[in-house]
Design a protein around this ligand. Structure first.
Ligand code: SF4
Ligand code: SF4
Length: 76
């Protein structure tokens, strides 16, 4: 089964994916309501991502993958 995969070495922590996810599902730009989480360590810039169980894969057309500006998300 396909899933969302996060490339932490590519991610720049812009939060576009989280904003797009919350906007498309909840109608507001609010990363705290997104179905994926991106954590960036402020000093090292290390990134960790997590897709929550509530992710519905946008019905097979993931908005987060579509809008990530650096191609750090894959649906495969
Ligand atoms: S696939 Fe859709 S629901 Fe899942 S994290 Fe991405 S935007 Fe949110
Ligand atoms: S949109 Fe891409 S680069 Fe920006 S936080 Fe999400 S995964 Fe990282």
């Amino acid at each position: 089964m396909k899933s969302i995969q996060i490339s932490s070495d590519r991610c720049v922590g812009c939060m576009t994916c989280c904003n797009v996810c919350s906007f498309s599902h909840e109608g507001e730009f609010n990363p705290s309501r997104a179905r994926l989480k991106i954590y960036m360590e402020p000093f090292t810039g290390d990134v960790e991502g997590q897709v929550l169980e509530s992710c519905d894969l946008c019905g097979g057309k993931p908005e987060c993958v579509r809008w990530c500006p650096v191609g750090a998300l894959k649906f495969a």
